[in-house]
Ligand binder design. Structure first.
Ligand SMILES: [Zn+2]
Length: 267
């Protein structure tokens, strides 16, 4: 848990163990309400996060789901199905379309640790719009073709905070299953150039500053080079671990190499 106090508004960040991909889920606590961003992957962690949410003794206004990868939305079914959930409309469609298959794919490995069915967010927000929730401004943006096809990015201008989720991997190996290296690096460059925002919330790992954006760009460029050099899977992994020995969660490679090297389909 990391708690950042902005004099009246608190952001609580709950990070799962590195062995479980360091999934980072957040609570924005304003005077009267809570807003949740993402929900954890495995059920025990989702329930642990929910227990912490409940301990704050304020109603949940809503849950935002950042994008259509199951490590961000499985917990909606296991621990937050009583809450209103929001994402971009295209992401809701991805969760509805791919979610059941994601459960089938993950059941052999995770069994009762993941839910039996998905919950799809019922509400959507439109990119380019903003909203005030319990006195705090939320700006909604879409990022396309970076870590996933589309993701929701939330800006909280009054707090100088960007909830970037999987656009940034903080201190951990980066999931590069889609192989969209250049577009992702370009989006990160643009984020780094955005003035007035110093507190960045990643989807994996601890909250960070803009310095981490530059580390991510460098990592993605290194990975692109290795991939385009035609390295085999194991050599690619070994070289990246060698280049970034201080990054945590090497299990991330097991989660994406099959996609990057074309053995499995993703979205
Ligand atoms: Zn993720």
């Amino acid at each position: 848990m990391v708690i950042k106090d902005f004099q009246g508004v608190k952001i609580h960040t709950f990070v799962s163990p590195y062995a479980y991909a360091a999934n980072a889920t957040h609570i924005i606590e304003t005077a009267n309400e809570l807003v949740i961003v993402d929900t954890q992957f495995i059920t025990p962690l989702a329930l642990g996060f929910r227990a912490y949410v409940n301990s704050l003794n304020k109603p949940v206004n809503r849950v935002f789901i950042s994008h259509g990868h199951p490590d961000h939305y499985f917990g909606l079914a296991s621990a937050f199905s009583d809450c209103k959930a929001y994402s971009l409309s295209g992401i809701n469609e991805v969760i509805a379309g791919w979610g059941p298959q994601m459960i089938i794919n993950q059941k052999p490995a995770f069994g009762a640790l993941i839910p039996d069915a998905v919950v799809v967010p019922q509400y959507s927000v439109a990119p380019g719009t903003s909203e005030v929730i319990d006195g705090l401004t939320y700006e909604y943006e879409v990022i396309e073709g970076a870590e996933s096809e589309a993701q929701l990015l939330l800006k909280l201008p009054e707090l100088g905070t960007i909830i970037a989720q999987d656009l940034i991997y903080s201190g951990v190996h980066i999931w590069l299953g889609m192989g969209w290296f250049e577009k992702w690096a370009a989006e990160l460059q643009q984020l780094a150039a955005t003035e007035g925002y110093d507190y960045l919330l990643a989807g994996h790992g601890m909250p960070c500053t803009k310095e981490e954006i530059h580390h991510n760009i460098q990592y993605i460029q290194t990975a692109q080079q290795l991939f385009e050099d035609g390295l085999e899977k194991d050599a690619y992994k070994a070289r990246l671990i060698e280049a970034y020995p201080h990054r945590e969660s090497p299990m991330m490679f097991d989660l994406y190499l099959g996609f990057l090297f074309g053995e499995m389909g993703s979205h």
